[in-house]
Design a protein around this ligand. Sequence first.
Ligand SMILES: C[S@@+](CC[C@H](N)C(=O)[O-])C[C@H]1O[C@@H](n2cnc3c(N)ncnc32)[C@H](O)[C@@H]1O
Ligand code: SF4
Length: 358
Amino acid sequence: MKKLFGAYIHWPYCLSKCPYCDFASRAESPLDENTLFQAYRRDILFLRTKTSAKTLTSVFFGGGTPSLMSPSLCTRLLNELNAHFPFSSDIEITLEANPDAINLKKMKSFQKVGINRLSLGVQSMTESGLKQLGRRHSLKTALSQIENAQCVFKNINIDLIYARPHQTRSDWQQELETAYALNLPHYSCYQLSIEKGTPFASQKIKPTDDETARTLYLDTHDFMKTKNIRQYEVSNYAKSGFECRHNLTYWLGCDYLGIGPAAHGRLNNLAVQNARTTSQWIKQKPQIETLSETERQTEKLMMHLRLLNVGYPIQGLPEQGLRTAFQNKWIIQKGDKIFPTLEGILMLNSLILLLMPA
Ligand SMILES: C[S@@+](CC[C@H](N)C(=O)[O-])C[C@H]1O[C@@H](n2cnc3c(N)ncnc32)[C@H](O)[C@@H]1O
Ligand code: SF4
């Protein structure tokens, strides 16, 4: 695989704040796009001084709801990036979109300016699930935007959230069937997590119990496998050749730029972190911290173990930890690499603790 190098651009605004969401996003009117552009540009120019001019293999507009930005701001940002970090000829450029913050016309405009992968936040394939999650859009809207996306893009993902309160195996099976019938090349299926400080946390909303969550996870793996949609990461499933290159950049421990509020990046041993709020970010250039070799190696191990089929070199891993991980059937060995099993993925945090450098 060629060397990956990505750029993440964060858009911090949404139409409303979902009650489960802890991402750096606010339901407020965006600052004017020229002010935003100047701050994004400052980040790009600053990062350019911290690394050599490498070829970008992916760009990811995430949020928040970046489909709210104008296609003209998107073009300006892509041009600016390309001027300082030239794009590879097959670059992957993803835009995250909410079903009620995109339409066919806007999709076509984004496609014209270079977006070639759309990630739609659908979250549930039922009306009741959408209501439970406090989403603004109906299932009908989500389905019609998926249909629109299929007229414009070949490379499409939808995000789904499962292990929602009271969700049963057959409920989720039905949602998976509905999602699969859409014939998409990529699905991200996240277990609902209750994040501190969110309305879901203060309302004491509970996801399904651990045992059900585990069963739903294994069901998802099995369902996708029978459909030839391979699980390649903890929460990600793709038809062959449609794995998200940008996210693989993180998981393979390659370098990436972080641009915009709350964004972070990695450039060799440099950790780059931007201020979380938009008002702070506008005023403040990215902060840089130098990571020790152990910190960087630990991070790479944590990221690699999320991937099911890539493997991590066994050489140098702590012997006692390896023994326990093999005994627990959390890893298998092929050649000189270890691979997490499904059980290992379910116990990922414990597995990482076992294999971390002392
Ligand atoms: C950065 S968010 C933004 C996507 C987009 N704004 C949207 O909501 O459709 C990316 C994804 O993270 C997932 N997510 C966010 N909060 C979550 C939570 N508490 N538990 C599980 N998944 C979550 C959702 O599936 C969401 O689509
Ligand atoms: S889930 Fe998406 S739309 Fe909802 S608040 Fe978070 S980023 Fe915004």
